[in-house]
Design a binder for this molecule. Structure first.
Ligand code: PAF
Length: 286
């Protein structure tokens, strides 16, 4: 496995792969890799001739500087994992290599057709601008045939689909296919996340109530008098009743528009919960 740190080396490598007629799979990550990332990489390795993984903690998508500073980083461990599962190339640039000083500080503006005005977008202003800024740059540099993203960040995935659909009209990303990959959970039900590394053993135990409640809500939704608003509130109340947990939002929305819905058809419930100081997200499809 080769680690590339400059855009020039990355582009030269991509060019050589393309000239050899190889298909390219890309897995964008911010490192601190876990089994959820590994599942994306395994799939990219299986479905493409070569697999590129980016490891870059993207500063422009953090609206909270402390969160950025505390984001776990461990490139040696990440490289070991990636090599063991067959990724051929890792792109691990510095922020200065990725962005000009102007790009680092200016607000990137993209029209998300309202997808960024709800849930994570409402709570983290500018977050999705930063995500699209880095993802579109990675697509431009790597020109992948397929790019793999986890459904844990469901809103991010909806926004990336939107971006690619709009751009493909202009041919920007060629025939790029976005591949949605299911959430990977611990046996306990806890959704895997790099942020779990910041939980103490007892916080991790406490956090189990999040997925447990989401799964219970699938049953609540089947009750004869169930309403979306009722189930939504019951999830919030159940999680908030657990000492150490505080729901930031729980919204049951349409899986495509991300707008509030009053039916469980094609609906997804997205939750953000503070477990102590750590902000965790999860979701469940009804
Ligand atoms: O999901 C993530 O880890 C990040 O948002 C992504 C897609 C790698 C962009 O920095």
């Amino acid at each position: 496995m080769q680690i590339l740190t400059t855009k020039a080396d990355l582009q030269a490598t991509v060019k050589a792969c393309k000239q050899a007629g190889q298909t390219i799979g890309l897995v964008p990550t911010m490192g601190a890799l876990h089994e959820g990332h590994a599942s994306l990489v395994r799939r990219a390795v299986e479905e493409n001739d070569v697999c590129f993984v980016s490891v870059f903690v993207n500063p422009t998508q953090f609206n909270n500087k402390e969160d950025l500073a505390k984001y776990p980083r461990n490139i040696e461990r990440d490289a070991q994992l990636l090599s063991s599962i067959g990724a051929q190339y890792v792109f691990a640039p510095t922020p200065e290599e990725m962005y000009s000083a102007e790009e680092m500080n200016s607000t990137f503006a993209f029209d998300f057709a309202g997808l960024d005005q709800v849930m994570e977008g409402k709570m983290r202003p500018g977050h999705f601008n930063g995500v699209v800024q880095v993802v579109s740059r990675l697509f431009y540099l790597v020109q992948p045939d397929r790019a793999y993203f986890g459904e844990k960040d469901f809103q991010q995935l909806a926004i990336i689909h939107h971006m690619v659909e709009r751009s493909s009209m202009a041919g920007t990303f060629g025939n790029l296919q976005i591949i949605d990959c299911p959430i990977v959970r611990e046996a306990s039900g806890l959704a895997l996340s790099s942020r779990n590394e910041r939980l103490s053993a007892s916080e991790k135990e406490t956090a189990l109530a999040i997925s447990k409640t989401l799964f219970a809500s699938l049953e609540w939704a089947k009750e004869a008098d169930a309403t979306v608003a009722g189930v939504q509130q019951r999830v919030i109340d159940t999680i908030n009743a657990v000492p150490g947990l505080e729901v930031e939002y729980y919204e049951i929305v349409d899986q495509t528009s991300l707008l509030p819905t009053d039916t469980f058809n094609h609906a997804i419930g997205c939750v953000t919960v503070y477990c102590g100081p750590v902000r965790l997200i999860d979701n469940i499809k009804y």
